[in-house]
Design a binder for this molecule. Structure first.
Ligand SMILES: *Cc1c(COP(=O)(O)O)cnc(C)c1O
Length: 379
């Protein structure tokens, strides 16, 4: 649709075309090839001493990560409830049970107190959870100091779902490198994209090697086809990696742009009562993948759906926050620990258009539509 303002659209204004043309002149378009190596090396520099194995999606990265953390059929895995379904789906692929935990209000991520209550109760029921999936939602890091303490105390590793937080920092440490294993997504609307794609992050060479092995059909290192385990076809292809290498070159710029988009919304909306932004706690740096606002209908006189549909009429795409997974029919058999924090945030939340390249003019259009909504209510 012409003149539409999208939620989060990709932009290829760097070396993408050139690199892809390069790949197409070579026979190496599948998994394996120089761009795949270079894409991964680009992360080694950023993540040192961690490294990344490039995969075909963030979901497959979580699947492999859970296998490497020893999750098997009949196990339990704790997962932040307030997240996209892909955080938890791989638990079910493995025949394990997701156990969902509520969020806290400062970062919207897994609540350390509720997490500890969940672990104690699962232990009392005779099951020790195999892993804790922590998500850095919309780019905001979780409360890792508190989470590390719990993880260590109970001996349960953290899997960091950093699908939305590439370029974010927690007390100077890069998101993706905070858990025992981390994952990124390079899906189409993420901060950088390879079309579809993902990556698994670890500082343990053995884990990285096993991830490569499992993601490449578990092919043994001989010149013929020898397999001792069942593997997966989860590696990233060289065409995607060529796009990814070019995208990664512009990551820092994109983070600054997304943060500027957030800052601009905040200034433009500062006069409007009843609209709230998620602030960064001391030591937290979000990539501001999406700018999210909470609308208090008691103050504004309109709710998130009124605003979403008003924006839609102007060809402006906005979206609800993730619906908590403990409320999804797909996970109706999963236990849940916590209160209504995630539910309340979900009830008030809306993601505003946040592309790195959204113009000031377009942001003003979004704000004008919001202003009109106030006007309509007071009329
Ligand atoms: C996008 C996303 C994923 C999944 O990544 P894909 O590359 O789409 O498979 C996982 N978790 C979260 C929180 C995400 O936003």
């Amino acid at each position: 649709m012409p003149n539409s303002i999208l939620l989060s659209s990709p932009l290829f204004e760097g070396n993408e075309q050139k690199y892809v043309e390069n790949v197409l002149k070579s026979p190496y378009i599948a998994a394996g090839g120089t761009f795949l190596d270079e894409f991964e090396k680009g992360f080694s520099v950023r993540l040192f001493p961690h490294n990344l194995v490039a995969l075909n999606s963030g979901t497959s990265a979580i699947h492999i990560a859970l296998m490497l953390l020893g999750v098997e059929a009949g196990d339990e895995v704790i997962c932040q409830s307030f997240t996209f379904c892909a955080s938890a789906n791989p638990i079910v692929y493995l025949g394990a049970l997701p156990v969902f935990v509520d969020s806290e209000e400062d970062t919207w991520n897994i609540c350390p107190e509720a997490l500890e209550i969940a672990i104690k109760d699962r232990l009392a029921k005779g099951k020790k959870p195999k892993a804790i999936i922590v998500v850095d939602l919309f780019g905001m890091p979780a409360k890792y100091d508190e989470l590390f303490a719990i993880s260590q105390h109970y001996g349960i590793p953290i899997l960091e779902d950093a699908a939305e937080s590439l370029g974010s920092l927690y007390k100077g440490q890069v998101c993706g490198s905070l858990g025992e294993i981390g994952i990124f997504s390079f899906n189409g609307n993420k901060i950088i994209t390879t079309g579809t794609g993902g990556g698994l992050i670890s500082d343990n060479p053995l884990i990285l090697e096993k991830a490569r092995f499992l993601a490449s059909q578990a092919r043994e290192k001989v010149h013929y086809f020898e397999h001792h385990t069942v593997g997966y076809n989860y590696r990233m292809g060289n065409v995607a990696a060529a796009i990814g290498k070019a995208q990664l070159e512009t990551l820092d710029q994109k983070v600054e742009q997304r943060r500027a988009v957030y800052d601009r919304y905040k200034v433009l909306l500062s006069e409007f009562e009843g609209i709230f932004f998620l602030e960064e706690p001391e030591g937290f740096k979000s990539n501001r993948w999406l700018t999210t606002v909470l609308i208090d209908p008691q103050i504004t006189g309109f709710d998130k759906e009124d605003l979403r549909s008003a924006l839609e009429k102007e060809n402006i795409e906005s979206r609800y926050l993730w619906k908590p997974l403990h409320l999804q029919v797909a996970f109706k058999d999963s236990p849940y620990y916590g209160g209504n924090v995630a539910l309340q945030i979900y009830g008030k939340g809306l993601c505003l258009p946040s592309s790195s390249h959204i113009s000031e003019e377009e942001q003003k259009q979004v704000v004008l539509t919001i202003a009109n909504q106030y006007q309509k209510v007071s009329d």
